[in-house]
Design a protein around this ligand. Structure first.
Ligand code: NAD
Ligand code: GLY
Length: 355
């Protein structure tokens, strides 16, 4: 079992190994000794696969268990679903000494985390991520959010879970496409700060190294979160590919997944950096090759104008400037503040290399 400790505004452990679902009951007992009831939030697909194992583990540890099941997909990260979940928690008389378990991918984690943070002004929650993306990124670091009609993740708070249990066996049931969406975020970590990880992804068999690769990404995110939990500086690096990625998701009506949109966003942001001589062309070719290696789609069907208009809703905009993240060398990125009006040209330049 790999254990990663996080010391942010609250401290918690992240565990990575097989067969962890059956330890959910014990974990809640250890961390929340006063809890009597546990509310599991999951989606329909994950419920069919893993709800019974988690509910049984909790039941056998003596908890009353209630389950809330959402429709899979980004549309469930909505204000309507959020309020319905809060209402349900109240109807089930969940108290602040009880515990909420987010069992699923990033959609379940983000929605549940936001509900846990705001229900009764804060109720403990545990992340049990079941996608690769959720293990390496969304379950770690305490960002919780829902989408507004105007854009992605526009309502949310920072709220850390009381632990994260990554049962890697759950990854076996992911579709190849969903698995590879997680690979896009793993490639992001390599581009941000780990050449060895980029080389490992290119040259070594994934299956044999997966647990260690997940741990490497989690440790990198942990270190950044500990330095800048509230996203004032360094943490924004983790948004490499996200300004344009979120614009692509929004523009596609969320038909393009988060992972794929981030991959496209990284391509555009890197392409623009190459065109501006901020980074060498090999940054772009390494990124492109790796995305191809993992069959991550990188064809972009939107114009610079469409993406620019969608990107105006980005959280990293302050007044007439916006911070984008660009590579400066292989395995290193930097924050670059630009005029909002110049973003259109950046996107245009990036798109030129992406054809
Ligand atoms: P997701 O939660 O929609 O899951 C993808 C699909 O996989 C869903 O259909 C789900 O039902 C299915 N699924 C989940 N686990 C499964 C399993 N083990 N076997 C079979 N099917 C399974 O998407 P995601 O990619 O996990 O997460 C994307 C979301 O995460 C986006 O909303 C994004 O904004 C958010 N995110 C948040 C953060 C953060 O820091 N909070 C970071 C990155 C991404
Ligand atoms: N996924 C970006 C962050 O957690 O900051």
């Amino acid at each position: 079992m790999i254990k990663v400790e996080v010391n942010a505004s609250s401290s918690y452990d992240i565990f990575i190994c097989s067969d962890l679902l059956k330890q959910v009951g014990e974990s809640v007992m250890k961390l929340h000794s006063k809890a009597r009831t546990v509310a599991i939030v999951t989606d329909e697909t994950v419920a069919k696969l893993y709800l019974e194992a988690v509910a049984t583990a909790l039941f056998e540890s003596g908890f009353i268990v209630h389950t809330y099941i959402i429709t899979p997909g980004e549309s469930s990260k909505s204000g309507t679903e959020y309020l319905a979940l809060l209402e349900w928690l109240a109807q089930k008389q969940i108290t602040r000494s009880d515990c909420i378990v987010a069992l699923g991918g990033g959609v379940v984690g983000d929605l549940t985390g936001f509900a846990a943070a705001t229900y009764l002004r804060g109720t403990p929650f545990i992340q049990v991520p079941t996608t690769l993306l959720a293990m390496v990124d969304s379950s770690v670091g305490g960002k919780t959010a829902i989408n507004l009609e105007s854009g992605k993740n526009l309502a949310g708070v920072f709220y850390q879970p009381s632990c994260v249990l990554c049962d890697v066996e759950t990854l076996n049931t992911l579709s190849n496409e969903t698995f590879c969406e997680g690979m896009a975020e793993i490639i992001k970590y390599g581009m941000l700060g780990d050449i060895a990880l980029l080389e490992q992804l290119q040259n070594e068999p994934l299956a044999e190294n997966l647990n260690n690769i997940i741990a490497t990404c989690i440790r990198m995110k942990r270190d950044i979160v500990q330095n800048d939990e509230f996203d004032k500086g360094e943490r924004q690096l983790l948004n490499f590919g996200h300004t344009i990625g979120h614009a692509i998701e929004r523009q596609s009506g969320y038909k393009i997944s988060h992972g794929n949109a981030v991959a496209m966003g990284m391509m555009i942001e890197t392409g623009a950096a190459v065109k501006q001589s901020i980074c060498p062309p090999e940054c772009f070719s390494i990124l492109k090759d790796l995305l191809q290696h993992f069959n991550i789609p990188s064809r972009i069907d939107y114009s610079s104008e469409e993406l620019f208009n969608a990107a105006l809703y980005d959280k990293k905009r302050t007044g007439d400037t916006i911070t984008i993240i660009v590579p400066c060398e292989v395995g290193k990125c930097m924050l670059k503040k630009i005029k909002v009006d110049d973003l259109r040209d950046w996107i245009e330049m990036g798109l030129e290399l992406c054809v």
